[in-house]
Design a protein around this ligand. Structure first.
Ligand code: ADP
Ligand code: ZN
Length: 741
């Protein structure tokens, strides 16, 4: 078998014939399982069939060509557009002991010459190149003299004028493909509409290529949207949950970047700015410091992130609204590439949308304006949805998404509120809009309703209106939430430029008392975002391991995540391996890393365990949540935890106390658990109902008659006498009782 590791011996000695992809995955990369589509793509490449691979950022594209490259006899050329990406990949490959190198304009002549020699002597398995390097006649000639088995085009969308990052030099590599007719061709990208896909295949002359399109659902990203009211404060609150962890904050303008960065630094955070006004040197430096974990936070305009592969970005904040769902998705995609939970917060305000509308209006071209407005609308839909956020997001990319709840977004975790009759507050709001002349935005209407004495109210003498001060029962936030519902329900129209509100015809019906309004009143105070930690790993040990990683990385002059990913360290801090054998079970520990770093990390773990009287978690139990549950890495979904606890004998009261969750929320978790095919003990559900027995019976009879799909008809059939919460619990009882029969 060909040697594919630099360290002669290890694998080469063990196997006499080509290793299996799975073996390479474990022994070289230290991973236990392929991610979706990886095995298929690798199989395709090894069978000599071309492939177009579309996977979201962090999906694991690299392995799809790296494993074939290590198995195939000859050289794999990887065309990559950015030097920083190339460098990163080569460093990571060298860390796992693979023979990889790069050629581009950033290399010193000696290094360049050294790589050329290695190519000539057929010592390399993977050669990363900038397109313009590949086009050089002397390089082409050199490559003609060695066996090239695979031509990989990374970031393949750069080849298409329809892509978002067209690069003319990429276009020129297309004919090169003909020069290596025996090489299998793999084209990879994270973004591709069908049009771009066709374009890539056509240009590369691989029309028969198998197309492998992975799901765009990044399950480990927690998605959250907050109304932006005090953004600096909101950001600080959010950041407090991530001490010492890496993250990016995106702002709309350079000035905002500077101001926020300054503010955060004053608050004691480690932050650096990044924007086009900074100059190449400063930008490069700030990026480098971030990648090396020397600075925690980068505050950036959208210009940041393209060329970085940092796998341990734990959060992304959108301080301002991104341009489109696509850019939002791309930006949050930079978080959590290691598969460990990462948090994404979008701060959303109506004011921001107006600002963007204003900019769009300045565009000279009508079609451009229209497209930009559509993008904005889809984004606003995403931000305002009360359902699972993954639905609008994933469907945007043309993928089906049917799950009712993902369990990894704010809406899925928040109380699922029943709609209630909000006619009276709606009438108050609408009449205040009318009385103030239908030209003010929601903020002013709310000030009038709540009886504010601010200048604007007085200036317009709105303190003399009959609607002045009639809405003190709700907070600003609650009114603002209500007003958005009125807009969504078509009772109010928002004037696009300044956000002034006008009544629609339907509003007249509500005024006249002929139509009712249903909606939700946001609960006050809002439940604080729960600070879930990714797993039950030992945080103090993790910290020690992180320090070790940083020291090793600095010594080797590479970024820390190249040594071990966060996920690897979390594994170590969860399973406390004591032996080399057990250590190599940890995520991302292949043979070379075991040899290089095993002893050093093991020493720390052993010492720590001795001091704290901890024992190794044996292999049979490493099917701990960290490894098995693909749904939420490291964590069971809340409803599953609650469902299992209830089944195990915990009462609703116990669960309320344990999780600090409301009864209604628990019941909805149980329902979700049931919907996933789990059974609940009916005999323990019935006592949870607080209704007198006669009424319970009545409810159950109505379920028999009307079914359990919707509760509204049941609620109405009972003339609203039974609260929804009771209906929920009895429905659960009814369904589980029925099953037994
Ligand atoms: P992409 O290029 O699609 O953005 P990468 O190839 O950089 O993604 O992979 C993202 C991260 O996931 C990397 O840290 C990589 O090592 C890791 N990874 C890839 N495949 C697997 C796997 N099968 N098991 C575990 N981790 C994986
Ligand atoms: Zn969700």
């Amino acid at each position: 078998m060909e040697k594919f590791l630099k360290d002669k011996g290890t694998l080469a000695e063990k196997h006499t014939k080509s290793p299996l992809p799975r073996q390479v995955l474990k022994e070289v990369f230290g991973y236990d399982q392929f991610r979706p589509l990886q095995a298929e793509i690798i199989g395709q490449a090894l069978a000599g069939k071309d492939a177009l691979v579309i996977m979201p950022t962090g999906g694991g594209k690299s392995i799809c060509y790296q494993i074939p490259a290590l198995i195939l006899g000859g050289l794999t050329i990887v065309v990559s557009p950015l030097i920083s990406l190339m460098k990163d990949q080569v460093e990571q490959l060298q860390e796992v002991g693979a023979a990889a190198a790069m050629l581009n304009s950033s290399l010193a002549p000696a290094e360049y010459g050294d790589t050329i020699t290695k190519i000539r002597q057929r010592q390399l398995k993977l050669l990363y190149m900038a397109p313009e390097t590949l086009l050089k006649p002397d390089i082409l000639e050199l490559l003609d003299s060695v066996p090239v088995d695979c031509l990989t085009i990374d970031e393949a969308h750069c080849i298409s004028e329809w892509g978002h990052d067209f690069r003319p030099e990429y276009r020129q590599i297309a004919p090169i493909r003909q020069r290596f007719p025996n090489a299998v061709c793999l084209a990879l990208t994270a973004t591709a509409t069908p049009r771009v896909q066709d374009d890539i295949c056509e240009n590369l002359g691989i029309s028969d290529a198998g197309r492998f399109i992975a799901s765009f659902n990044r399950e480990n990203l927690f998605l959250q949207v907050q109304l932006k009211h005090d953004p600096a404060r909101q950001t600080v609150e959010f950041l407090k949950r991530f001490p010492k962890q890496s993250g990016i904050i995106y702002c709309f303008s350079r000035r905002q970047v500077e101001t926020l960065c300054e503010f955060l630094r004053k608050q004691g955070f480690s932050a650096l700015p990044y924007h086009a006004g900074l100059g190449d040197e400063a930008r490069k430096q700030h990026q480098e410091q971030f990648i090396r974990d020397d600075v925690q936070i980068i505050v950036a305009t959208i210009a940041f992130g393209m060329g970085i592969n940092k796998s341990n970005v734990r959060f992304v904040v959108h301080y301002d609204l991104p341009k489109s769902i696509e850019s939002y998705y791309q930006e949050i995609g930079r978080a959590g590439r290691d598969g460990v939970r990462a948090d994404c917060l979008l701060l959303f305000s109506a004011g921001d949308t107006q600002k963007i509308r204003y900019f769009i209006d300045q565009k000279p071209d009508a079609l451009q304006r229209q497209v930009a407005l559509q993008h904005l609308d889809r984004l606003v839909d995403f931000a305002e949805t009360e359902a699972c956020r993954r639905r609008p997001l994933i469907r945007y990319f043309g993928e089906d998404y049917d799950a009712e709840r993902c369990g990894m977004c704010d809406n899925c975790l928040s109380e699922k509120q029943e709609k209630i009759d909000i006619t009276v507050p709606a009438q108050k709001f609408l009449s205040c809009v009318f009385r103030t002349g239908q030209r003010f935005g929601a903020a002013h209407i709310i000030d009038v309703l709540r009886g504010s004495r601010n200048q604007k109210v007085q200036q317009f003498s709105h303190d003399r209106l009959t609607t002045y001060g009639i809405g003190k029962e709700f907070s600003k936030k609650q009114w603002s939430h209500l007003s958005r519902q009125l807009v969504r329900q078509g009772l109010l129209e928002k004037e696009p430029a300044y956000g002034g509100l006008k009544l629609t015809q339907r509003a007249g019906e509500v005024f006249a008392g002929r139509a009712k309004v249903f909606g939700t009143i946001q609960e006050e105070p809002l439940a604080p975002a729960r600070a879930e930690t990714p797993a039950n790993y030992d945080a103090a040990l993790f910290e020690l391991l992180r320090e070790k990683r940083k020291a090793l990385a600095d010594a080797a002059n590479v970024p820390p995540y190249v040594i071990f990913s966060d996920k690897s360290l979390i594994d170590m801090a969860s399973f406390f391996p004591q032996s080399a054998a057990r250590f190599s079970d940890m995520h991302g520990v292949g043979q070379v890393k075991l040899e290089r770093y095993g002893a050093g990390f093991l020493e720390i773990i052993r010492n720590y365990c001795r001091e704290h009287n901890l024992a190794e978690v044996p292999a049979s139990r490493s099917t701990a949540p960290a490894r098995t549950s693909r749904k939420t890495p490291l964590q069971k979904l809340r409803h599953q935890v609650v469902g299992e606890a209830f089944r195990g004998g915990a009462s609703l009261e116990d669960l309320m106390a344990e999780y600090g969750t409301k009864r209604s929320t628990l019941i909805s978790y149980l329902y979700q658990y049931y919907q996933e095919g789990q059974r609940l003990p009916a005999e323990r559900l019935l006592p949870a109902s607080q209704l007198p027995p006669a009424q319970r019976e009545k409810v159950l009879q109505i379920f028999e008659r009307l079914g359990t799909q919707k509760l509204r008809p049941v609620f109405d059939a009972l003339n609203g006498e039974v609260a929804y919460e009771e209906l929920h619990i009895l429905r659960l009882y009814y369904l589980n009782r029925k099953k037994i029969k």
